[in-house]
Ligand binder design. Sequence first.
Ligand code: PGA
Ligand code: ZN
Length: 427
Amino acid sequence: MKIKQVKARQVYDCRCTPTVEVDVTLDSGAFGRAIVASGASTGKFEALELRDGDPSRFRGKTVYQAIKNIEQEIAPAVIGFDASRQADLDQLLIELDGTPNKTRLGANALLGVSMAAAYAAAQEAGVPLYRHLGGAEARTLPASWVQLFNGGVHTERSIDIQDFSIIPMNARNHDEYLEIGYEIFQTTKDMLRELGKPVGSGDEGGFWPIFDYNEEALELIMQAIRRAGFKPREEIMITMDVAASSFFADGKYHLELEDKHLSAQEWAQMLESWVDKYPIISIEDGMAEEDWQGWELLTARIGDRCQLVGDDLFTTNVERIQEGIRRGAANASLIKLNQIGTVTETLAAVKVSQNANYLPVVSARSGDTEDNTCVHIAVATNSGQLKPGGLTRTCRINKYNEVVRIGQELGDKAIWPIPDLFARFLK
Ligand code: PGA
Ligand code: ZN
């Protein structure tokens, strides 16, 4: 499975922001192609996304240097390497870069090669990527958080909280799950129309909220669930991504919409009151990425009845996840390939989480593409949860479609993860 050729080019994500695409061809002719996704609400501890920074070209966002790094440095180093040895290949990439945060060659350059090589090796082996990476045990289809409202930096901060999504808990399979999600998504749209509010969407495909206060999103979701004919809590749970790092400054949480400036204690209290009042099963980045104490506080308060997901907190980084486990901060981890920069490190982050009973949630990014690698990572690791975004835009829906294809491939071997996945929070 020797790598024969590596080609890279600048392509464009769903915001038309430049990004890296890589093709890897093996001696046998087997071929792999991957595109690296890109975030807007990025964590401070993420591996470096290398951009050229020339303001006259794509507002500084071109990735020509990353492409050059692939062509001139990475390609010569990996040609002749056995693509089936993913862990060794990724180790080679990490050493070639030689910096802790992949700042020299760029995590986007390394990841493009890492993913494309994985696809090529899978093709050579004649299996889909999830099977190549996860083996015969890889057969859990992920339940996707269906985003209803986008917010935070994905909607010009029209509300502070970054997203609100739902999980249909009683769906027996992915098709039924999506059908229920669709019904509630469309009902939300009907209600927005009736209220004279906009029905356009944010970067991740949830509706763009023009609200007076953050909790209005929760109130509307409850109404939409009921109006669509479902029972909140028994049938539908809510998830939120607070992305609290984006409104944390000087030790306080600043809800601009409500002009509230809260200590970690007060903010945790507010989140707890929402969990008491609404069927919230999951809160992501409830606290800021540097506020370990706030995280410990929140986890102690509601960690037994709510999934608490570290995204900016953990950045798919094994060491940060281990730190969280040690401290009792969060009880779940968001997994994004480009936060860390190789396939192997991504899989390691999932493993460390699972070993500590932290549920992994594999996620797309706000700048995503036709690339479906995140879906395959979810299935490969039996994570059980995926965060693709709302029910608009191809860069979101293609993730749902890939789950459909994988479901058909697995047939009756497929495992559908809910509601068991959340049993510990639902006692
Ligand atoms: P991002 O947002 O891709 O813009 O970072 C997604 C998230 O915060 O989960
Ligand atoms: Zn997040």
